[in-house]
Ligand binder design. Structure first.
Ligand SMILES: [Mg+2]
Length: 240
């Protein structure tokens, strides 16, 4: 289904555009990591800065598994649920004290895409759903997305992307054809997740990876940031 051609989208066709959050839309300036560490200490009693965990392109469930492995702890289902309930509380607190960054062009692009009836706009994120909402709400972006798949649904980003694509298909109006699916992200993990579901990928170098690194990871399209709305729309086939 990968369709990287810039030909215009015909009537009755839909284009799905799925966004990663951290490093792609915004930067929480470490609030995510700090809230994770706080929640670990609150629920498990371990002071741990989790500096050994790489958050870029990771998923919250996978990070949690890495922390459990580091402490050689066999987590119970109850502990997992308690942790996932505590994490958004800590994120709210950490976000309140952080100077958060919305990347260039993000607001204009999301406003344009969410106002286009040909577009199905969604999320593929490693964040648990409640944390994804908190992060998007910091910039009043939470109402743009009609669907998503999240980091509390699977530890593997590729599986999260598969869930999102299922929801895209369920959201199509009767008779509409999914012309193409795009996944926009800032890490090679996003590019790999796109490939896993047969989507085309846009690599955005606003996170920890350069344009060259994202291109080397196999991104179908790369850009320094999302500030050139017209260029992104042309690439998605939404503008001639
Ligand atoms: Mg990211």
């Amino acid at each position: 289904m990968t369709d990287a051609s810039p030909a215009p989208v015909a009537p009755g066709e839909r284009v799905a555009v799925l966004f990663d959050i951290d490093g792609t839309l915004l930067d929480m300036r470490g609030a995510g990591r700090r809230s994770f560490a706080k929640a670990v200490e609150a629920v498990f009693g371990w002071p741990d800065d989790i500096a050994y965990v790489n958050f870029a392109g990771n998923t919250d469930l996978n990070v949690l598994q890495q922390v459990m492995a580091s402490h050689r702890h066999a987590m119970t289902e109850r502990e997992r649920r308690t942790f996932l309930a505590r994490l958004p509380e800590e994120l709210e607190r950490a976000a309140a004290g952080a100077e958060l960054v919305l990347f260039p062009g993000v607001r204009a692009l999301l406003e344009t895409l969410s106002g286009d009836p040909r577009v199905v706009l969604g999320l593929v994120t490693g964040n648990v759903e409640s944390c994804a909402r908190i992060k998007l709400r910091q910039f009043d972006l939470h109402n743009h997305f009609i669907l998503g798949a999240y980091g509390d649904e699977h530890a593997d980003r590729g599986r999260i992307a598969q869930l999102a694509l299922q929801r895209v298909r369920q959201a199509l109006p009767p008779g509409a054809r999914l012309r193409s699916c795009w996944l926009v992200g800032d890490t090679p993990f996003d590019i790999a997740a796109a490939a896993r579901i047969g989507a085309a990928s846009v690599g955005v170098a606003t996170g920890k990876f350069s344009v060259e690194e994202l291109r080397a990871a196999g991104a179908d399209h790369v850009c320094a940031d999302l500030s050139d709305t017209a260029a992104v729309l042309r690439r998605l086939g939404l503008r001639g």
